[in-house]
Design a protein around this ligand. Structure first.
Ligand code: BES
Ligand code: ZN
Ligand code: ZN
Length: 512
């Protein structure tokens, strides 16, 4: 873990083991000169030549370390390349997050406990020092995440460090506030990643419901948890059909945040919580089943976002709903051809028990509308393998008929690095879910392809009034390839930055 803080001291007034210098390509920025000249003056008169001799030109992704004596101790200089800064502004911001993540990973590798740096060239990112500090704090904390719970040796020598960033004195207060905010967000994301990385023998429906209860108690949210009995009473046939095959009792968790009078609009968040997805009777082949502990990432994102909302306290009402189940084959499991009735009375023919996410979400959407009449519902789910084919690993699929929601979510994703890309939620795909025997089928008929869109269309049957957007995080929730320093391996916390920022923004516009 890393702690980030800010100071109005200059870089050199910080007595630390490591100094981090973010340098642009060919060292052209003012902040480059500031770093290079200081180090040259005190320790390495030929610094620029030395860097060039070592082929360090400041390209994005490059890093280089020098050690020197400073007073009575040895210090290390960590040079991190930022690149040319010639990309579109939000792309540059994302590259900076990664450079910042690189710096944190290098600190960890060198076991540096305390480091200092100056702020990279703010103007390039079209934001205030404070906003930049927030983005960097989140990325730095995310980069320091490591799932070591079951690494019996490594967990004992778990690294922790702190990084102090020098900021302009008149910005100090604003930056301090943003460091705090960013830390809250980064830590909540890492908590959600831990839930995701924990295997399903430990992270059961009750275990995650207990986490939600603990969060509710700690931050003052209302939390309701119910199981099969209540679900039967409410007619949640979708939830029950998926829950049926498991020895674990499914839990339906509701977290409520009140930041505005009861008659003001509510935002509802719904997160798919399949603690493990074997496929059920339509059993997945072994190689497709690996990693299905991450099928609860939508639920984890919703619970983490609720914990953030409770701390950031926007003036709006928010409710988070998460159905937590395990999709298992057994003598009690649902079969193909079974017909069930969802909470809004619609009948569903189960043509494939592996299309279980949409069944539990159907009831969740109904529940949200029935009891909260939300102005907006956003659901988030590792819903379809097809999503990986459509968009790969770097973009969450966004499906909505609401143009304004689409634009807002896209823009927030682009800015926060929690990126989304739209797929059409077009009525032309609706017949794909037609069933011969029931109102709808849970698995598309042949000939339509576009499995992510047809799944989105299926869900649309269960929203009647709210403005609604569906996020498919099947590609983004875990195991993203490449070397994105701050995302790392395993669970990513996809959607948390997006949802949190969306709610904060929405609350702001509602107030003015
Ligand atoms: N949890 C899976 C989707 C998934 C696949 C997430 C790969 C992450 C990585 C979902 O429940 C599922 O199995 N969907 C099926 C639906 C099909 C049977 C209509 C799929 O995508 O194959
Ligand atoms: Zn499935
Ligand atoms: Zn699933």
């Amino acid at each position: 873990m890393i702690t980030i803080n800010v100071t109005n001291k200059s870089l050199w007034d910080n007595t630390v083991e490591g100094y981090i210098c973010f340098l642009t390509e060919d060292f052209q920025a003012t902040s480059d000169r500031l770093c290079i000249d200081e180090i040259a003056k005190d320790c390495y008169p030929d610094l620029e030549t030395i860097l060039k001799k070592h082929q360090f030109s400041g390209k994005h992704g490059q890093s280089f370390v020098l050690t020197a004596r400073r007073g009575s101790s040895l210090v290390q200089f960590l040079f991190i390349g930022l690149g040319k800064l010639d990309q579109p502004v939000n792309r540059e911001l994302e590259l900076l997050r990664r450079s910042f993540g690189d710096a944190v990973l290098l600190m960890k590798k060198l076991k540096i406990k305390q480091a200092a740096s100056i702020l990279p060239p703010v103007t390039r990112y079209n934001c205030s020092p404070a906003e930049l500090i927030k983005h960097l704090t989140i990325a730095g904390i995310m980069a320091s995440y490591d799932f070591l719970t079951f690494k019996t040796k490594e967990r004992e020598n778990r690294w922790s460090g702190s990084l102090c960033i020098s900021v302009p004195p008149h910005e100090l207060e604003a930056c301090e506030r943003m460091v705090k905010k960013g830390s809250i967000i980064g830590e909540a994301i890492n908590r959600a990643r831990e839930w995701g990385d924990l295997p399903a023998n430990i992270m059961t429906p009750s275990a995650l419901s207990h986490e939600a209860q603990k969060i509710a108690e700690f931050y003052g949210l209302k939390c309701t948890v119910f199981g099969r009995e209540k679900a039967i009473e409410l007619g949640m046939g979708g939830f029950l059909a998926v829950d049926a095959g498991s020895e674990q009792d499914g839990k339906f968790v509701i977290l409520e945040y009140r930041g505005a009078p009861p008659d003001s609009p509510t935002i509802a968040l719904a997160g798919k919580g399949v603690m493990f997805d074997t496929g059920g009777i339509s059993l997945k082949p072994a190689n497709f089943m690996e990693g299905m502990k991450y099928d609860m990432s939508g639920a984890a994102a919703v619970i983490a976002t609720m914990s953030l909302i409770a701390q950031l306290k926007p003036c709006i009402n928010v409710v988070g709903l998460t159905p937590l189940v395990e999709n298992m084959p057994s003598g009690k499991a649902s079969r193909q051809d079974d017909i069930i009735v969802c909470m809004n009375g619609k009948t569903v023919e189960i043509k494939n028990t592996d299309a279980e996410g949409r069944l539990i979400l159907a009831d969740t959407l109904c529940y949200a509308e029935k009891f909260y009449a939300p102005a907006i519902i956003i659901d988030i789910a590792t819903l379809t393998g097809a999503c990986l084919h459509a968009l790969g690993y770097f973009y969450t699929a966004l499906m909505t008929k609401d143009q304004k929601l689409q634009e807002t979510l896209w823009a927030i994703g682009d800015r926060t690095g929690d990126r989304v890309w739209p797929l059409p939620l077009d009525d032309d795909f609706m017949p794909a879910n037609e069933s011969r025997f029931a109102d709808v089928s849970n698995s598309e008929k042949g000939g339509y392809k576009a499995g992510s869109i047809t799944a989105g269309c299926f869900l649309s049957n269960f929203v009647s009034k709210a403005r609604w957007a569906h996020l498919d995080i099947a590609g983004t929730a875990d195991s993203v390839p490449g070397n994105n320093s701050y995302i790392g391996k395993g669970a990513t916390g996809a959607g948390i930055r997006l949802l949190t920022e969306f709610i904060m923004k929405y609350a702001e516009c509602n107030r003015s």
